[in-house]
Design a protein around this ligand. Sequence first.
Ligand SMILES: Cc1cc2nc3c(=O)[nH]c(=O)nc-3n(C[C@H](O)[C@H](O)[C@H](O)COP(=O)(O)O)c2cc1C
Length: 378
Amino acid sequence: MAEILEINDLKNLARRRVPTMFFDYADSGAWTESTYRANEEDFSKIKFRQRVLVDMTNRSLESTMIGEKVSMPVALAPTGSAGMQHADGEILAAQAAEEFGVPFTLSTMSICSIEDVAANTKKPFWFQLYVMRDKDFVLNLIDRAKAAKCSALVLTLDLQILAQRHKDIRNGLSAPPKMTPKNIIDMAIRPRWCLGMLGTQRRTFRNIVGHAKSVGDLASLASWTTEQFDPKLSWQDVEWIKERWGGKLILKGILDKEDAIMAAKTGADAIIVSNHGGRQLDGAPSSISVLPEIVEAVGDKIEVHMDGGIRSGQDVLKALCLGAKGTYIGRPFLYGLGAMGKQGVTKALEIIRKEADVTLALCGKRTIADIGPDMLYR
Ligand SMILES: Cc1cc2nc3c(=O)[nH]c(=O)nc-3n(C[C@H](O)[C@H](O)[C@H](O)COP(=O)(O)O)c2cc1C
């Protein structure tokens, strides 16, 4: 196996080890994928200031996100179907994050349930909520996250209707995959993935099946998810969700200054500047390009986090320089998971930490608190 030195190495290995439909599910954006590409490309346009002869001993990436100590300000983003990249994927990623000292966010659309992850981890994780039309189901999900001692609720605001990702349609994406000749061949050449899946019972959306009314089997689940996301979700809904939850609340999917101002008024603890990894509104700007104006508008009122396009520790530092207090990675950890399970998620985090640490030093800084716009060329 070639040496794993950068996130792209994990991506290439995942491509070989994960069935096409699930690899493509991760590596895709909406429609033309222009926003998906822009998220990464816009990071590469930002340049650091190299500084010399500055004491670079005793460096640290430790920081806090919503008051929680983190070994570096990089959380694992909520990603649906992570348990299809690798058997028991959400449990493995949560364990890797916990050992590394960074937050793990479990998606509503996960394969392993809230209870599965809680039973297999020691520290609290974060739970991401999609709001469905079935309000009893939503209330119950919030209560289940509370019972599992999740320490933050991440409310996603940018997926009330689903944008189109061409690859998912062409591949006939489903969890578990349908047993068509094409899928059978695709899986058969990936025995490691198949063995993992045969060894687990967790192969469908376990937060939902058995919990939502009229979702007992897989045929009804597919129609349930497309019909169930609530297109009427409004700022008023944030109030009752906040009240019911009663803990730390993060609003995910803000890309516009006006929305950021509204979000700051809700009393939430943080916002995530995000375009859902380029998977929703194609043609929207990259997250990193709008971060500065959002920080300027609300940075003194609410903690601002960002995600989208981070592929290295350098990208993390660029986001922090532009005012983010925390960042999230989606695909980088999914590629790690698909490539090498828990070890691959740890590897992704290690790569990012090393890149961030060396970059910090070469820019003449030692701690996260030292980071600011003066580290960048403007
Ligand atoms: C395969 C995949 C599934 C995702 N599922 C969810 C989800 O269930 N809930 C959510 O809020 N965001 C979801 N997202 C968006 C991520 O939380 C995050 O915003 C995005 O991945 C960040 O971009 P990056 O992948 O470039 O790091 C998903 C992203 C990917 C790639």
